[in-house]
Design a protein around this ligand. Structure first.
Ligand SMILES: [Zn+2]
Length: 170
């Protein structure tokens, strides 16, 4: 069952999303006029379908239209969301900063799958020179056989959402 839990503290609204984001999904109603920053943790989000995407886009549009200064931070975005970020241009509000997201790995030796969270400022950062995000994917060793693991995604495609809409400075 999909659900949203929320906590409001000193003008910061923390939402934790779990389950599938579909036609039944409800982000919740909040007084965005009184909220400074919105933090959304997606670590337990399992899937999103086209109806869920419509609900998502409407909800963010409403939040931002009610508070133009609202800061938005996305945390622990799983692969299923990152893939949608890459597919649909208007999916990530331009006001949102992605603080962390999942990077999947696979072991070519024993086919074990694994993943790690990339963290802004550590694994990727906005370059002041280029005006674009640079990503420094960490290396990962297979827990099962000890061999180095490989990325389970095409980096150019998978990291594309970070720089969408950004204009290179140089
Ligand atoms: Zn392995």
């Amino acid at each position: 069952m999909a659900k949203t839990t929320s906590e409001l503290k000193n003008g910061n609204l923390m939402l934790k999303i779990s389950g599938a984001i579909d036609e039944h999904f409800d982000f919740g109603q909040f007084k965005f006029e009184e909220i400074r920053a919105l933090y959304i943790n997606f670590s337990q989000a399992e899937a999103i379908n086209s109806r869920g995407i419509v609900i998502w886009i409407r909800w963010f549009h409403d939040a931002i239209s009610r508070n133009k200064k609202l800061s938005i931070f996305f945390m622990e975005c799983p692969r299923v969301l990152v893939e949608q970020f890459n597919l649909i241009g208007s999916f990530v509000p331009k006001e949102a900063v992605i603080k962390s997201f999942e990077l999947p790995f696979t072991c070519v030796a024993c086919e074990t799958q694994s993943s790690t969270m990339l963290i802004e400022g550590k694994d990727y950062a906005l370059s002041e020179q280029s005006g674009l995000y640079d990503v420094y994917p960490p290396s990962m060793v297979c827990q099962k056989c000890g061999k180095p693991m490989e990325l389970d995604v095409f980096p150019k495609k998978y990291f594309n959402f970070l720089n969408r809409g950004r204009v290179p400075l140089a």
